[in-house]
Design a binder for this molecule. Structure first.
Ligand code: FES
Length: 153
């Protein structure tokens, strides 16, 4: 169960009250503060700025930079493209799932990690590849996955 920090949402809305055409920037600020945009935040914006929720939802679901599902502070991408797959990608994914206690596509309850599968990161010769946030790690082993995850603060 994810707790939504509505006080932070309110602080961000306060910055924009009375201004025109600020919805996208406001949503980006919430995304940046919370790493995602909860339904409760959409409702709060709607209520305070008198904008229909459907309009806010349309914008939030259109932009790739905005997520309507919880995202952790760290995004762990495990490549399961063909080259990484044959080099042991599935074992890496299994180890990451086991360490984090979540499935691919999920976020840990403490909102620290989101685990995702990707299909080719364009550096197949380094496979299997894991990318944590923006750092690429090649020729990964299950033991190395643990090490990388443990060094995230
Ligand atoms: S298949 Fe993993 S980087 Fe290409």
């Amino acid at each position: 169960m994810v707790t939504v920090e509505l006080d932070k949402v309110d602080e961000i809305i306060d910055r924009y009250v009375g201004e025109e055409g600020i919805l996208i920037q406001l949503l980006l600020d919430i995304q940046s503060e919370l790493n995602w945009i909860p339904k409760e935040a959409l409702e709060r914006i709607s209520e305070r700025l008198k904008i229909p929720v459907s309009q806010i939802y349309r914008i939030a679901s259109f932009y790739k930079a905005m997520s309507l599902t919880p995202r952790g502070r760290h995004i762990v991408n495990v490549c399961l493209g063909t080259a990484c797959h044959v080099r042991g990608g599935p074992r890496i994914m299994d180890r990451a799932k086991q360490i984090l206690g979540i499935d691919a596509g999920e976020t840990t309850p403490d909102m620290k990690f989101t685990l995702e599968r990707v299909n080719c990161l364009g550096c197949c010769a380094l496979g299997p590849v894991v990318v944590v946030d923006r750092d690429y790690h090649g020729k990964i082993t299950p033991a190395k996955v643990k090490e990388i995850i443990e060094t995230c603060d």
